[in-house]
Write a protein that binds this ligand. Structure first.
Ligand SMILES: NC(=O)C1=CN([C@@H]2O[C@H](COP(=O)(O)OP(=O)(O)OC[C@H]3O[C@@H](n4cnc5c(N)ncnc54)[C@H](OP(=O)(O)O)[C@@H]3O)[C@@H](O)[C@H]2O)C=CC1
Ligand SMILES: O=C1O[C@H](COP(=O)(O)O)[C@@H](O)[C@H](O)[C@H]1O
Length: 503
């Protein structure tokens, strides 16, 4: 669908590292519309060709695709124009509207306008209202708003922001980015469950013992202390990405589903999530902060000594949680979630642990038996592994874990941002966060924010380079976090073998 793409924050980090490369990759994959105009915005004055040069540099540095030839690259860059705009100056929007209309005429484009807000969240609402007031939003075609995270910093501020945005855009026109929903393996979850009868049949509390969702990162706070020190793992990762993964793995879709079904089923998961009671918070939530430690054999400072963080900061860099979904499918199955910075490995994965056979608990018969695990690797590797028991080949009467796995061999997998921008251009909101989901997520998280505010939750220190504080292992009771290579904690048998199969 031919269109105009208006990018607020075109001189920023996200535009450079993700958005321009994503647009270019879509262009080289013939996924951009036949005809399109892209207008970048920032406060400083800049000539169109200087801006085009910046876009070219970003593509050279960050794009997974190279231009077929100079002519192809020039065609892509030729679509870009730049306009100086301060979000608070109405006259800058009038100037922008003139440029948008001029390009629509030149390229014979319908008035389909996509507004991408790659700017700080404090600007989301003023931009949306100025789009409306200036007439930019009065189109004879469609208009859409892509909005970056964070969407609020608690329940009240998220509601307030949503109310303000809804004065200029309808819910169907708002595309809230959660880049985890753009990851190919996350987009594959529905197919994995629904197109494989063997998995579909087992996808209930009858056969599943527990579900574990981990997003561990090796990086620390990097240069983002200003933002992260007032956000923490709870707001930065848990409220959005981790709860979205929970919804995606727990929703039960009909055989043939549409975007509306996905939204409804995700909402139903969140509505069935057992609310945190005041007395249960400390037994269901563990917060941590990294101390000094070692990464790749080199010493690294603790969070408190990172540049830019407030002295004595009590900000969390790790969270682990135990959640219950009170639905007919999941009643009695604990969902364990953890995410943190400066952990031992970079890995986002979902592990589904199946129950032992009811009449013959294998582990009691033979200590060497392992539970069946379905491991869904979301990143940085993408793949699926099934852990099974086999009879050991030496005939010593023992079990041996074997692994059925497949890992993506596609060298240049589409990036999350490509998938999401492509979906938004096609008007497909399946993999965007609907307001209901965002509101229900904040609702679930709010008691934790309140407890943190009142100093009611302990903050556990963990050494950089570890798998998190001990309390996060104790949280699981009789269960264990699978596939960590840290032998100081309760560990699975067979994990080393698993590591070998996926290396
Ligand atoms: N960077 C990342 O990896 C990620 C970023 N995000 C989100 O994306 C958004 C952008 O982040 P990022 O690119 O890192 O931020 P940057 O600080 O790098 O860029 C901010 C952009 O906003 C523009 N800007 C700032 N003030 C104004 C103003 N008054 N009027 C008009 N434009 C203004 C800047 O333009 P100029 O200074 O030229 O005027 C710049 O282009 C944020 O919401 C962030 O939370 C989300 C996930 C990851
Ligand atoms: O949104 C964010 O995500 C990244 C982690 O993303 P991933 O795709 O590398 O798993 C995280 O580092 C950052 O703090 C957070 O804002």
């Amino acid at each position: 669908m031919n269109m105009t793409f208006v990018l607020f924050g075109a001189t920023g980090d996200l535009a450079k590292r993700k958005i321009f490369p994503a647009l270019f990759n879509l262009f080289t994959d013939n996924k951009m519309p036949e005809s399109f105009s892209i207008i970048g915005l920032g406060r400083r004055e800049m000539a169109h060709d200087v801006f085009q040069k910046q876009v070219e540099q970003s593509i050279e540095t960050f794009s997974r695709r190279k231009a077929a030839d100079r002519a192809a690259l020039d065609k892509f860059l030729g679509a870009f124009r730049y306009s100086a705009l301060d979000v608070n100056r109405p006259e800058d929007y009038t100037k922008l509207l003139e440029l948008v209309e001029q390009r629509e005429k030149e390229l014979n484009l319908p008035q389909n306008r996509m507004f991408y807000l790659s700017v700080g969240p404090e600007f989301f609402d003023v931009i949306a209202s100025n789009i409306k007031a200036s007439g930019l939003g009065s189109t004879s075609g469609w208009k859409r708003l892509i909005i970056e995270k964070p969407f609020g910093r608690d329940l009240a501020s998220a509601r307030e922001l949503n109310e303000k945005l809804s004065k200029s855009f309808t819910e169907e026109e708002i595309y809230r980015i959660d880049h985890y929903l753009g990851k190919p393996m996350v987009q594959n979850l529905e197919v994995l469950e629904n197109a494989n009868p063997v998995l579909h049949a087992l996808w209930t509390n009858r056969y599943i013992s527990n579900v574990q969702i981990t997003a561990s990162e090796t990086v620390g706070v990097e240069e983002r202390a200003g933002y992260y020190d007032t956000s923490g793992a709870l707001r930065d990762m848990f409220q959005n990405h981790m709860l979205q993964l929970l919804m995606m793995i727990a929703m039960q879709l009909p055989k043939e589903s549409n975007p509306e079904d996905v939204r409804n089923k995700k909402r139903m998961v969140m509505e069935s999530l057992r609310p945190l009671q005041q007395d249960d918070i400390s037994s269901q939530i563990v917060l941590g902060q990294y101390g000094a430690g070692e990464m790749n054999g080199k010493p690294v400072p603790g969070y408190q000594d990172e540049p830019g963080v407030a002295p004595g900061t009590q900000n969390n860099t790790f969270i682990a949680a135990k959640l219950w979904i009170d639905s007919e499918f999941w009643r009695g199955v604990p969902f364990y979630i953890r995410t943190g910075k400066r952990m031992a490995e970079k890995s986002t994965r979902i592990v589904i642990e199946f129950k032992d056979p009811l009449d013959q608990p294998l582990r009691k018969v033979d200590e060497t038996a392992v539970p069946n695990l379905l491991v869904i690797e979301i990143g940085p590797k993408e793949g699926i592994t099934l852990q099974l028991n086999s009879k050991d080949p030496k005939h010593e009467g023992k079990f041996e874990p074997v692994y059925v796995n497949c890992f993506s061999s596609l060298e240049d997998m589409p990036e999350a941002y490509e998938n999401l921008i492509h979906d938004a251009m096609r008007g497909d909101g399946t993999f965007f966060a609907h307001w209901n989901e965002v509101e229900l997520s904040w609702q679930w998280v709010q008691p934790i924010l309140d407890a943190v505010e009142k100093g009611e939750l302990p903050l556990h220190t963990y050494p950089a380079g570890s798998y998190g504080p001990k309390a996060a292992f104790d949280l699981l009771g009789d269960h264990v976090w699978w596939l960590d290579n840290d032998t100081s904690n309760k560990q699975s048998k067979g994990e080393a073998a698993y590591a070998n199969t996926t290396a």
